[in-house]
Design a protein around this ligand. Structure first.
Ligand code: PEP
Length: 248
């Protein structure tokens, strides 16, 4: 039985003090849920996440990490720094990093390896742009991206890796993949993971859907057999919406 994960990607929103207040309100209102809540926040918010969320069943982490372990890399943040702030998860390969920062599959794999060395679970994002979907090549494209981004990535167990399928045309656009289309891709991803890591491992590994998940579409998406929760941008910024997603 895979525990559903509802991971909020805050992107570059809220100040650290706004975040601290939001975390306090979240834990005061946390509903009974079978899902695991997690918040992927800007680096500056992480000390407050560890201070306020610790012991309340909410996980936290960052949205990116350096591919280098340590050294003269101005502006970068290492996996060891994230581990010191008790990050459980960190996103790698989000489409915004792939497109605005030209991150390649090889770089994403390097970042995933750095996280695993520090015991942090990568949430690895893959997904096709619109022209690829329209050409009907989305499965091949996404599996190729998965293969490149997992080069040399050997998690010690299925709980040490999360895949997020995020069709680029659905991120922040209000357009969502239908539950059937999303499920078809998740099934293909799981099939690829079975071939790569074996069926016991792949059946335990969580595959999240991301792309305009909202309270009114989450239940239909999350009830698909291979969709194990969501990576949620916009709707994770509003406390009321995020609380609804946790019980969807
Ligand atoms: C995301 O940031 O990964 C995302 C899916 O954003 P949104 O939910 O706003 O589409």
């Amino acid at each position: 039985m895979r525990k559903r994960l509802v991971a909020g990607n805050w992107k570059m929103h809220k100040t650290p003090s706004e975040a601290r207040q939001w975390f306090r309100e979240l834990i005061a209102q946390l509903p009974p849920t079978q899902a695991e809540p997690a918040l992927l926040v800007p680096f500056t918010h992480l000390p407050y996440a560890s201070e306020v969320l610790e012991g309340h069943g909410v996980s936290w982490g960052a949205q990116d990490v350096s591919a280098h372990p340590e050294g003269a890399y101005t502006g970068e943040v290492s996996a060891r720094m994230l581990a010191d702030l008790a990050c459980k998860y960190t996103i790698v390969g989000h489409s915004e990093r792939r497109s605005y920062h030209a991150e390649s599959d090889a770089l994403v794999a390097e970042k995933a390896r750095r996280l695993l060395e520090q015991g942090i679970t990568p949430i690895l994002c893959v997904g096709e742009p619109l022209h690829v979907r329209e050409a009907g090549e989305h499965v091949e494209y996404t599996l190729r991206q998965l293969e490149g981004s997992l080069e040399g990535v050997n998690p010690p167990s299925a709980s040490h890796l999360v895949i997020a399928y995020e069709p680029v045309w659905a991120i922040g656009t209000g357009k969502t993949a239908t539950p059937e289309d999303a499920e078809a891709m998740h099934r293909a991803i799981r099939g690829w993971l079975i071939a790569r890591y074996g069926s016991g491992f792949a059946e335990e590994l969580r595959i999240l859907y991301g792309g305009s998940v909202k309270p009114d579409n989450a239940t239909a998406l999350f009830s698909q057999p291979n969709i194990d929760g969501g990576l949620v941008g916009g709707a994770s910024l509003k406390l009321g919406d995020y609380l609804q997603l946790l019980t969807a």
